[in-house]
Design a protein around this ligand. Structure first.
Ligand code: AMP
Length: 194
C-alpha cells in the first residue's frame, strides 16, 4: 500500500510545449488516477497543467486546484475539478498546495515551475517539510537543472545530501515506483547547516 495519497504536480502553463511533454502530462494524470493518487495543482486549464488535470479526471481521479483570483482568468480556472479553491495570493496558493500534498512531482515547465521547485526544495532544506520531491526528466529537459545543482554542491553552497533528497526519473511510467520507494516523512526536522 502506497503511503502517498495526494501529490502536488508542478508543470508548465504554456500550451506551446512540445508533444512529448504533453503526452507525459497526460500519462501522469492517467497513472495517478488509476492508482487512486489525488492530484493537487495550480488550478489552471492551460498548458501541461490543464492536460494533467483533465487526464486525471477522465480516468476517475480526484483533482484539487488552487488558484489566486488575480490569475484565474489568465490561467482559465478549471471548472470541473473535484475541488477548486480561489485564494487571495500566490503565497496562499503555494502554502495550500504544500499542505494538501504528501509528495511533489515536477514535470517540464517554465519560470513558475522553477520557482515552485526551488521553493519546496529550499523549504525542505530548512526543515519546513520532509516530503519527497520527484523530478520527471522528460527528454532530458531538466538535465541542465541537475547540472546546476551539482555545480552548487561542488562549490559547497549545498550539501551532497541535499541532492539525495531529489529523485530524478526519466519516464512517467516509473512514477508509482518512485513514490512507493520514497522515504516516509520523518518527524525529525532537517537542518540546513552542517
Ligand atoms: P510556468 O512554469 O511559468 O508556466 O508556470 C507554472 C505555474 O506556476 C503557473 O500556474 C503560474 O501561475 C505559476 N507561477 C508563476 N510564477 C510563480 C511564482 N512566482 N510563484 C509561484 N507560482 C508561480
Amino acid at each position: 500500500m502506497n503511503h502517498i495519497k495526494s501529490v502536488c504536480v508542478y508543470c508548465g502553463s504554456s500550451s506551446k510545449a512540445g508533444d512529448l511533454f504533453k503526452e507525459s502530462a497526460a500519462d501522469l494524470g492517467k497513472i495517478l488516477a488509476e492508482n487512486n493518487v489525488r492530484v493537487v495543482f495550480g488550478g489552471g486549464h492551460v498548458g501541461l497543467m490543464g492536460i494533467v488535470s483533465d487526464a486525471a479526471l477522465n480516468h476517475g481521479g480526484e483533482v484539487i486546484g488552487i488558484i489566486p483570483h488575480h490569475i484565474a482568468d489568465k490561467e482559465i480556472a478549471h471548472n470541473n475539478l473535484t475541488e477548486l479553491h480561489l485564494v487571495q495570493s500566490m503565497h496562499e496558493r503555494k502554502q495550500m498546495m504544500v499542505d494538501r500534498s504528501d509528495a511533489f512531482i515536477i514535470l517540464p515547465g517554465g519560470l513558475g515551475t522553477m520557482d515552485e521547485f526551488f521553493e519546496i526544495f529550499t523549504w525542505w532544506q530548512l526543515g519546513l517539510h520532509d516530503k519527497p520531491i520527484i523530478i520527471i526528466n522528460v527528454e532530458g529537459y531538466w538535465t541542465p537543472l541537475l547540472d546546476l545543482l551539482k555545480n552548487i554542491v561542488k562549490h559547497q553552497f549545498a550539501r551532497p545530501e541535499d541532492l539525495e533528497h531529489l529523485a530524478f526519473i526519466d519516464k512517467v511510467e516509473d512514477i508509482m515506483l518512485a513514490l512507493s520507494q520514497s522515504p516516509k516523512e520523518s518527524i525529525d526536522a532537517q537542518t540546513k547547516w552542517m
